[in-house]
Design a protein around this ligand. Sequence first.
Ligand code: SF4
Length: 384
Amino acid sequence: MKKDFTPTILELGSLQVILARHFGFCYGVENAIEIAFRAVEENPGKRIYLLGEMIHNPGVNADLINMGVKFMMDTKGNMLMDWDDLKSDDVVIIPAFGTTLELEERLRDKGIDPTHYETTCPFVVKVWNRAEKIGDDGYTIVVHGKPGHEETRATFSHSVAHTPTVVVKDMEQAELLGRYIVHSIPDDGFYTDFKGQYSHGFDVAKDLERIGVVNQTTMLASETQAIADYLKQVIIGHFQTPADKTTDRFAETRDTLCYATNDNQSAVHGMLQHSADLAIVIGGYNSSNTSHLVELCELKLPAYFIKDEHCLISADDIRHFDLHAHTERTTTGYLPVKQSLRIMVTSGASCPDALVERVIERLSSITGNENAVVHIKEQWQVAL
Ligand code: SF4
């Protein structure tokens, strides 16, 4: 069935909110939160650890900390506690991004079953399975992902167990890899250019003759497709592979983005068919899928990446994350001074819907339209 990506229009007095058709929480995140809460409920008195951030949402992570859950590592994989302090009767929850085979093994060595409270999203596992299958068929895996991201580190680990693997973070790196595939630059440079992104023993001379591309589930769909298309053309061109034999050199993988990433990005494309004064994108600042929604919006209009309603300081000032400078900053004069405003709103896969509601309420309030929200809520209550 063809999905509808037309946005919902909320008329709130002089404010029109153009709300993306699909936004916010995905199956994987809901599932992870449910399992984590169950782990707390089922283990009173025990120490409960999360291997890393559950999901990239500060509110959800704060809730878990308040329930007594502790984090073992930061988002870069640095330990926040001494590994030796871990005891066999401790409970360890694997986050939605999954983890590496090496860390699973270390937990087993401690007598802790890493699968007992594992919240790894099935869509991430699907990527691992795809990488393993292609690897077993004799292809080198190219992972399109952010090299330091927990999910990409986990996918890399699973892929490496089967085949040589290299991570490319963007089109620029894919083009660089293309030059090593055709050997237009000396092989030696690969080990510097892709430092920390290739598997042990990677041999540029022979490991770039047959490849397949998988990706971190939350990358920008259009970029993943462009990278796969580009690398396919490079490799079949270099080896002069006949059109009916391309799979000899390039494994046909349909992209491995998850449904939520696809739907949220398609809904932003649908929203951008309309015109508006600005866009507000809500999510954790280290959330990969949210940052891609911001990038899409930025192509068309001013876009502000905020973590919650408190970022809407007033009708003059907004606190937001600058993706390009990697820092939070405050912008003055973000709301145009005019009779009526049109604002697009969407959120990433790790953002609770209640947060979106609070942001819309805050927008209504700072634009003097709080009564319109109250009126709509009353209407909905009557309808229910
Ligand atoms: S964004 Fe996709 S892959 Fe990630 S947790 Fe959600 S459903 Fe799973």
